[in-house]
Design a protein. Sequence first.
Length: 504
Amino acid sequence: MPAVNAANLTYGELTIPLFSRREKTMFQHLKSLFPPGTVLTSPEELRPYECDGLSAHTAQPKAVVIPSSIDEIQTLLTFCRQHHIPLVVRGAGTGLSGGALPHENGILLSMARFNRILHLDPKRRLARVEPGVRNLAISQAAAPYGLYYAPDPSSQIACTIGGNVAENSGGVHCLKYGLTIHNILALQVLTMEGELLTLGNETLDIPGYDLLALMTGSEGLLGIILDITVKLLPQPETVQVLLAAFDEISHASTAVANLIAVGIIPAGLEMMDQAILQAVEQFIQAGYPTHAAALLLCELDGHAEAVAYQVEQVTAIFTAAGATHLQLATDSAQRQRFWAGRKAAFPAIGRISPDYYCMDGTIPRHQLAPVLTQIQTLAQHYGLRVANVFHAGDGNLHPLILFDANQLGELEKAEALGSQILKLCVEVGGTVTGEHGVGVEKLDPMCIQFNAAELAQFHALKHAFDPTGLLNPGKAIPTLHRCAEFGAMHVHQGQLPFPHLERF
């Protein structure tokens, strides 16, 4: 094993400096500004922070700072501005687009110690929480009052509400209850300049520009989220889950389109293909029919009589679309087992493939069948397997590309296939992300979806909130130069449009 200290990495007689002499002095000063244990700089301390869920991209920051107060964050911001050091904010690190990837010449700010539920008001159905509070913890705290927080990403047991706001996360129930933006009322935010802002309030609407929506989904580029006021909903009187199996993916896709067309909005409507079904059944024994080409899980909730009527309607729609097997969960335990299978889809694939690359794109629902067919054609072209599990109700796809990073060239093939899938999503009228964000993963596909004028406006907004460009640089919004090099932007007479924005 190499000998390690905070300043050097030594292999035998070879010593590799992690810090220059100037940096060593600078980061010693940084440590002196905070209580012991707040600033991490040694290689072994930094290693756990080198990536988020998109583990194909890694980088180590110069330091990790884990503050306990707003004053400590403001001290860090002052330090970064003085030394012009990039700053990346991190929640639980469960993101899947590289949004929390550290800057190799920067500092990573962990919000792990901001983990308190500050106030829960059951009468007004809201809660104020710090960004490090886990998504599921909010519903657990609200449960004694018959309330819950609706957005439920698959990683809700671990992901934090601050990260959910940064990515505008959704989840299984976003079809009926909306994304994060539809379930929050206010944010307290600290800008890179050290200005404390309150965006939104506890009413349904306020005059002026919707800065709350602007900050939600901004992926850490505009400000540091300090606390969030969330809406709480009453737990539904009745919940039913219907499982439907189909022998053709096209039949399942037709069932989804027909269901939405008649005006039924399920609480959740998820689809899994055969590859996912078989992997999940081996892993968790959810009771899925593994012979099916596609499976739909449809959750209906509300008053008992209304739910009973909707179950009849959905059963008829699925039967007419060609369902070969229909099963209504008989009790809460079976309902939870059905959903446990869906939530375990990613780790189930991890058991059968050395590596997998999870994509995230959204398409119009009527395009589900042709897009899924084209994805399989693309997979055959690249010689890779793709398993599909996704939010069918809102057309948010999550193709899982299976590969082995130990095989030369397979990672590159997986990334190329992923890029082609996102290009396909845009071509059919969709978008390059539904809930995972852009991060570093989708910078090139962003060049396909947006033109130069639109990207220029994005950069202008970034500059308005972060004129020094130090917050999470190089993420979410591609530069005009990058898009020109990618070949997705029209260049006028050898010059990029909006040259005054090239510095971003």
